[in-house]
Write a protein that binds this ligand. Structure first.
Ligand code: NAD
Length: 523
């Protein structure tokens, strides 16, 4: 067994301290000097392999800047990665659990040393400001530390409880599944990418990790840390590529044992469907773990501390420009306090500064042209669906830099069934919905197909208890922002169309990547 202290989440950096800001700026300089323009090839069976075609990563806050490139895996590369991973599995599955866990702990130690570099790279590659980047790298470290410890309970024969039966020995063994594919999104390109590969790996699986096209550099940086920590060849196949080709190939493949996917509802449901079709020669039912989108609502009632509620709304709505699955995209306010809450929200959000991640702005550019165009489409319908109270424009430029800039936007009096109130926009565009009273507010909150995060700002105990039972979300928060789940503290994942509720960073997450075998010996 590992001899280590209990799990404690990483503390966050206090950027009100000037020395921490200076350290961040120094990291930005270092990353600009050492990592900008870097190329990450694939890593298959421990070998760095390149492709003719490349994927290019642009700085969303200054699209004239190429951040770097990665290989663009072909179907042949994907096939080779899959076959190689199965070969590696033969040995990896026999490793002791603590030996595998030690690699995660070593990787955590390396990432702690390179914490600010990882942050700085994300500021440039996806436009995260200092605090957003810091909490993400902290989360990535937490995943490693937490899963390393969680793995211990699945170690050895009889690791799960069975009842004693006279004359026999009975036990429940936890076994790895085999080779799986991990497909991750660009919005948490460090933490989610890493958490989704580290969890299956620590319990003995091999993983082909396909990062998002827009964030290949940070993924390459993280994969290198796992190799440096000592992962044997073939256990982690780093396969940057395009979802529609290599992603599709791997999710439909007969030899893919499991799929762990975080991304949009549309792609997730498609994967669920194709993965369910049995291919010739396939001998298992693929296990599919899905973490999808949200249309997350926060209720403010007439008993709430309005200052707390307004702060929670601003933080939950505009952190990383609303590009979080957990972001508050619907603010549901009961009529009695509607004007006060909305005025405060608009006033506070109006102070947010637009700029680059590197300048530590509050609102930076959204990730890419597709996202920018999609959000612009919602801004166009906003005046028909409600009253635009703040923002409403997508200037595509800020302080002389061309980038995917969208203003922090608040649309008031949106109807509960309007497109703005039902569809995931994934940008800084918030709908405020007026509710008659508490009961109406709860009904509105539950009126989407999603069920990821939600919140209630209220001082009424009965209402909070009712929300505990009836608010249909995987992560529910009272009297605080609805984003920022901490590994081990707030296990994260949604239900309904938001996913399979597998609860990343939770006590049973690793069980998603194992199968159980009961063994009985009659004495
Ligand atoms: P996306 O669905 O467009 O892409 C996610 C990944 O899927 C990418 O790596 C992409 O290359 C790949 N992909 C695309 N088509 C594929 C296919 N046919 N087969 C296999 N793979 C394919 O999502 P995104 O824009 O990267 O991320 C944003 C979405 O992710 C939002 O909807 C957000 O809510 C969701 N998200 C959810 C969580 C959560 O924990 N529930 C966390 C973060 C993001």
């Amino acid at each position: 067994m590992l001899k280590i202290q209990d799990y404690r989440p990483q503390p966050f950096i206090d950027f009100t301290q000037p020395e921490n800001v200076q350290a961040y700026e120094a990291a930005l300089k270092k990353v600009r000097a050492e990592l900008l323009g870097k190329h990450y090839p694939m890593v298959i069976d421990g070998e760095r392999v390149d492709t003719e075609e490349k994927l290019t990563s642009l700085n969303p806050c200054d699209t004239s800047e190429v951040v770097g490139t990665t290989a663009r895996a072909t179907i042949q590369d994907a096939e080779r990665a899959l076959q190689g991973a199965w070969k590696a599995f033969e040995t990896w599955k026999t490793w002791e659990m603590d030996a595998r866990a030690r690699i995660l702990l070593k990787a955590a130690a390396i990432l702690k040393r390179r914490h600010l570099e990882a942050c700085a790279l994300m500021s440039i590659e996806v436009g995260k400001n200092y605090a957003e980047a810091d909490v993400e790298v902290a989360e990535a470290i937490d995943f490693l530390e937490y899963y390393a410890r969680s793995a211990m309970k699945y170690s050895g024969f009889g690791s799960s409880e069975t009842t004693w039966f006279e004359g026999e020995e009975n036990g429940l063994m936890s076994l790895p599944l085999g080779v799986g594919v991990s497909i991750s999104p660009w919005n948490f390109p460090c933490a989610i990418f890493l958490g989704m590969l580290a969890a299956p790996i620590v319990v003995g699986n091999c993983v082909i990790a396909k990062p998002a096209e827009d964030a290949g550099l940070i993924a390459g940086f993280i994969a290198d840390i796992m190799y440096e920590a000592g992962l044997p060849a073939g256990v982690l196949q780093f396969l940057p590529g395009v979802g529609k080709d290599v992603g599709e190939y791997l999710t439909t493949h007969a030899r893919t044992r499991f799929i762990t996917f975080t991304g949009s509802r549309a792609v997730g449901l498609h994967i669920n469907e194709v993965a369910a079709r049995v291919q010739p020669g396939q001998k298992w039912i693929k296990k599919v773990v899905l973490e999808l989108g949200g249309k997350d609502g926060m209720i403010v009632d007439e008993t709430a501390d309005l200052d707390v509620a307004i702060t929670a709304a601003v933080q939950g709505a505009f952190g990383f420009n609303g590009q979080k699955c957990s972001a508050m995209s619907r603010l549901i306010v009961v009529d009695a306090v509607y004007d006060d809450v909305v005025n405060g929200f608009v006033e506070r959000a109006g102070k947010l500064k637009m700029g680059t991640g590197e300048e530590n702005a509050n609102v930076t550019a959204v990730v890419n042209g597709m996202s920018f165009d999609k959000i612009k489409g919602y801004l166009e319908i906003a005046p028909q669906e409600g009253k635009v109270l703040l923002g409403g424009e997508a200037p595509g430029e800020c302080n002389g830099k061309q980038g995917y800039y969208v203003q922090a936007t608040i649309v008031g009096d949106v109807k509960r069934d309007a497109r703005l109130a039902q569809e995931e926009i994934f940008g800084p565009v918030i709908s405020v919905i007026r509710a008659k009273d508490w009961a109406d507010a709860l009904a509105i909150a539950n009126s989407t197909e999603y069920g990821l995060t939600g919140g209630v700002c209220s001082r009424d105990r009965d209402r909070l208890e009712q929300a505990r039972r009836e608010f249909e979300v995987g992560n529910l928060y009272f009297n605080r922002k609805i984003t920022g789940a901490i590994v081990g503290v707030q296990p994260f994942g949604g239900y309904n169309m938001s996913g399979t509720d597998s609860k990343a960073g939770g006590p049973d997450y690793l069980a998603n990547f194992m199968q159980l075998k009961t063994v009985t010996e009659r004495w």
